[in-house]
Design a protein around this ligand. Structure first.
Ligand code: FAD
Length: 437
């Protein structure tokens, strides 16, 4: 028998871990090919720290070729899968079409920003999903605060110093928490230089009755308290009704002049999921507890892209979190090996071990093993957890944290990502309708 070929589409938490595990367990019998648009795995949970200028962008990237021996990386974006011919069609970074045949396929393409059908949002809001968005936001905050300091127009100064974050899940909460600290640091700099400034206003909105609505209520209370003490204007059960180039109108009719609308309302599965023509559940690919797509024994899916039954809570699906995606990567690797006759298949089972939210400075909110903690202890636990979880760059990340503690933040506009390069994902009308329900 010849060697089998396992193709993994998407090198995020799930795909990276699947490749890593397969390269160890199945490399004698199979070639592992990883298809991904970038040559790195992005450690998303630390992205708010990139936007805040604490971490250099490369710190949150993990080289795929440098850390995944025995895996062939193909740079490209899958556009479709021919399930009968067992081939993945993709486009490489130079726009050339290519295809990859497979004996086993893992779809781990993750998710993209979720758009809601609110007038002006697609044009004027920025998402927060990848490195370009984080770099754009970092520059944008610095730029707005600098423009606010130079203008003679008091109204313009207020608008430029106002930042509206929509969505108080962990992404929006962390972005607002860190963003406020960066803007405050810029105000201190302006005052030292004798410039004009107003206290920056950060608003965090959510239609839910509390921040971090998907997490333990005790974490919500901690985050709410820290954010308010920092001066973030937290508004629950409220969202944006309309966005324009110079402000937003809230659902209660209030107008907020701003040049900054940051969209963190959640995610939906990557568009490839709807392209492959397999059954979906709430937009995610239907899989069995062994992460296998029904009627296609050679096709597997995991992470945000898959509706994985949560065997610890019958009737539920696992949440779209890194914690699940990472562990599902391991399980899918084992079950693909089982499909090739190299192991025994096992269902995915993971009991939630709590969550950690970094609130910037020395603050955090965490509940490791469901023990709620707050303040500096939670900050230390959160950062310790990230260092432990990252597959590489630990020393570099720790060094940036040390520099942050010892020195003033370096706030300059690098200008490498322009607004046009980070459009908020424009979903198809059907998907927009589906996700808004
Ligand atoms: C800012 C932010 C902060 C977060 N913080 C936390 C946190 O603190 N804790 C937590 O548990 N979760 C957190 N999450 C959620 C967590 O990151 C996701 O649940 C997790 O990344 C899902 O892993 P995944 O492997 O399914 O997808 P991803 O990690 O998103 O990876 C998907 C990969 O597939 C690639 N891809 C997409 N489409 C294609 C295609 N067509 N062809 C080829 N490749 C493709 C992408 O480029 C990417 O590399 C955060 C998310 C964000 C955006």
């Amino acid at each position: 028998m010849g060697r089998s070929r396992i193709v993994i589409v998407g090198a995020g938490f799930a795909g990276y871990q699947a490749a890593r595990t397969l390269a160890r367990t199945a490399r004698k019998h199979a070639d592992v090919v990883l298809l991904n648009p970038t040559d790195y795995f992005l450690y998303l949970p630390l992205l708010p720290q990139v936007a805040a200028g604490i971490l250099e962008p490369r710190r949150v990237t993990v080289s795929l070729t440098g850390t995944l021996p025995h895996t062939r990386l193909v740079l490209g974006e899958a556009g479709g899968v021919d399930l009968d011919a067992r081939r993945v069609h993709y486009t490489d970074p130079e726009g050339r079409a290519g295809e990859l045949g497979y004996d086993a396929l893992i779809l781990s393409v993750g998710s993209v920003s979720r758009l809601l059908p609110i007038p002006g949002v697609a044009e004027h809001a920025r998402g927060f999903r990848g490195l370009p968005e984080a770099l754009f936001l970092r520059d944008h905050i610095v730029q707005q605060m600098e423009l606010a300091a130079y203008t003679e127009d008091e109204q313009e100064r207020r608008a430029r110093s106002t930042f509206v974050v929509v969505g108080a899940g962990y992404t929006g909460t962390e972005v607002a928490a860190h963003g406020k600290l960066l803007a405050d640091a810029m105000v201190r700099r302006t005052r030292r230089e004798g410039g004009q400034c107003v206290d920056p206003r950060w608003m965090l909105l959510d239609v839910a009755p509390r921040v971090l609505p998907e997490l333990d209520e005790r974490l919500s209370r901690t985050a709410d308290r820290v954010l308010r003490a920092r001066g973030v204007d937290v508004r629950t059960e409220l969202s944006v009704k309309e966005a324009t180039s110079d402000g937003v109108v809230l659902q209660n009719g209030e107008s907020v002049p701003t040049r900054s609308l940051i969209w963190c309302v959640g995610v939906r599965p990557d568009p490839l999921v709807s392209e492959v023509g397999l059954p979906t559940e709430r937009g995610r690919l239907v899989v069995d507890p062994c992460l296998n797509v029904p009627d296609h024994p050679e096709v597997f899916a995991c992470g945000d892209a898959a509706a994985v039954p949560d065997v610890t809570q019958p009737g539920q699906f696992t949440a779209m979190t890194a914690q699940h995606a990472w562990r599902q990567g391991k399980t899918v690797a084992r079950n693909v090996a089982a499909h090739l006759g190299l192991a025994e298949a096992r269902p995915y089972e993971h009991h939630d071990r709590g969550f950690a939210v970094d609130l910037g400075g020395i603050q955090g909110a965490a509940n490791p093993f469901h023990l709620p903690i707050s303040g500096p202890l939670a900050g230390v636990v959160t950062r310790g957890y990230h260092l432990w979880s990252m597959p590489a760059n630990r020393v570099r990340v720790a060094a940036d944290w040390l520099l942050e503690a010892l020195q003033r933040r370096q706030a300059v506009q690098v200008g490498v990502v322009r607004a046009g390069a980070v459009p908020l994902d424009t979903a198809s009308p059907e998907l927009v309708r589906a996700s808004s329900h």
